[in-house]
Write a protein that binds this ligand. Structure first.
Ligand SMILES: Nc1ncnc2c1ncn2[C@@H]1O[C@H](COP(=O)(O)OP(=O)(O)OP(=O)(O)O)[C@@H](O)[C@H]1O
Ligand SMILES: [Mg+2]
Length: 437
């Protein structure tokens, strides 16, 4: 009992270059950026690790000045935006990589489930990998044997247990890897967000198993996730990382709500009147304000669950009225800056027209199916025929998808690649809000 993990002044510096970024999502995003001819989003991260800003240095502190302790039996959640350093921290704890500075002390055996592709040997079968992992963890053959049936049963991969794991689907792979890690009785179980590739039923089973391991067996669990609903449900304490630093650590409810309301994520209501950054256009037509809410509620919010219908409300002011059509579109980007969708009024058969000097509109994304993360919206309006830009405001409002009760992994969008929403556009005929003067 007592302290099982102690981290002191921990720092990890990476040299940037054409190496794996270390996470599957980053590597895929980098690949997507490449084939689209965009700049590699991870090739030039600056000295302070802010992925949204370019820097001059070839080095980056993925983690810096990290201090914390974890007690036996605790379930510690680790949250933070993409690139915050969560996976790096887990890798250092799991001894996959060494810290550049600082100390890390752990007590007991650690089983870790990092991203898909680590831990298992691709040419070996599920059975062989299970025994290999057990041996690495210091268990005897007899001990592993006694756990084997339970592992295979939990994973639900009996039919494939004698097939090389390179033939497994990513879901099957994670099922077996989780089952092995959780059943080999580690003192410390470390789980990165890989569970997201499993289906909803398996995710639930894993959350249950992690709870069980900590409550009944007094073992320690470290859990990284973007799914705030899962973090809320499972963790007693949460550490929030920001640009490689430990921003806050404490009671789950407090840290999660502070994260969801943090400065990096703007308010549910934005007034564009004074805004000049990330903005271009000749201002013949301008966006005045925008806000987000759940369709079923009058309250403005920027936190949604999967399955919610997101109502995007905005007001436009026509400074130079004439009879031409205005093309309006709303772009949706992931927190990695990849464009996921362009929601264009004309696609939906609806066209914004100059009917009055000012008009409010509502665009509804029904039954949203986005992977839990932060998303950014950009607003564009221009002339259809001359391609003149009237007003373009990039990444001016963001929202969080936090998972939630209706979570199913089927049809969730995580990686880049354009897809089409068929949002519903409408003129908002309700009285203009008091912000519209
Ligand atoms: N092997 C590597 N070489 C160079 N840079 C790396 C390497 N691994 C990670 N980084 C960088 O370190 C930073 C932290 O990455 P890390 O994978 O720990 O983030 P994360 O919080 O797990 O993000 P995500 O939510 O996307 O999984 C990022 O800027 C990343 O690009
Ligand atoms: Mg990660």
């Amino acid at each position: 009992m007592g302290t099982v993990i102690k981290v002191e002044q921990l720092g990890k510096q990476y040299r940037l270059g054409e190496v794996g970024t270390g996470t599957l999502s980053h590597d895929l995003n980098r690949w997507m950026a490449k084939i689209r001819g965009k700049e590699d989003p991870f090739s030039k991260v600056g000295e302070a690790n802010d992925r949204t800003r370019k820097g001059g240095s070839d080095y980056v502190w993925a983690l810096r000045d990290i201090n914390f302790e974890v007690q036996a039996g605790e379930v510690l959640g680790i949250i933070g935006r993409n690139g915050a350093g969560k996976s790096t921290l887990l890798k250092i704890l799991s001894k996959v990589t060494k810290p550049t500075v600082g100390l890390i002390k752990t007590r007991g055996r650690i089983a870790s489930l990092l991203e898909v592709g680590t831990g298992f040997h691709p040419e070996m079968t599920g059975r062989e990998n299970t025994f290999l992992n057990g041996a690495i963890m210091g268990m005897t053959k007899a001990e592993i044997k006694s756990k084997f049936d339970e592992i295979v049963d939990f994973a639900g991969v009996e039919r494939y247990i004698d097939t090389p794991v390179k033939r497994y689907s990513s879901g099957m792979y994670v099922r077996l890897a989780f089952a092995v890690a959780a059943h080999l009785e580690p003192e410390i179980l470390v789980v990165d967000e890989v569970l997201a590739v499993g289906d909803a039923e398996f995710q639930k089973k894993c959350l249950g198993k992690m709870k069980d391991v900590s409550v009944n067996d007094g073992r320690t669990v470290l859990f990284v996730s973007h799914n705030m609903a899962a973090v809320n449900q499972l963790c007693n304490r949460v550490a929030s990382l920001e640009h490689g630093r430990l921003k806050e650590i404490g009671e789950t409810g407090l840290i999660v709500s502070s994260y969801l309301n943090s400065a990096g994520s703007k308010d549910a209501y934005v007034n564009f009147n004074e805004l000049t950054t990330n903005r271009s256009g000749n201002k013949k037509v301008v966006f005045k304000e925008a806000y987000l809410k759940n369709i079923s509620s009058p309250v403005k919010t920027r936190v949604f669950e999967i399955g919610d219908s997101i109502s995007i409300n905005f007001t436009m002011k026509f400074n130079n009225p004439n009879e031409k059509l205005v093309k309006t579109s709303i772009e949706l980007k992931t927190s990695d800056g990849l464009k996921l969708a362009s929601m264009i009024d004309i696609d939906s058969g609806f066209q914004v027209r100059f009917d009055s000097i000012e008009q409010s509109y509502e665009v509804v994304i029904q039954d949203v199916r986005l992977y839990p993360d932060t998303y950014y919206l950009s607003f564009y309006c221009g002339d259809m025929s001359s391609y003149e830009t009237y007003d373009y405001i990039e990444e001016c409002i963001s929202f969080e998808i936090i998972g939630g009760g209706k979570l199913t992994s089927r049809g969730l969008f995580k990686m880049g690649g354009m897809f089409f929403f068929t949002p519903k556009w409408s003129v908002n005929t309700r009285a203009l809000s008091p912000h519209n003067i």
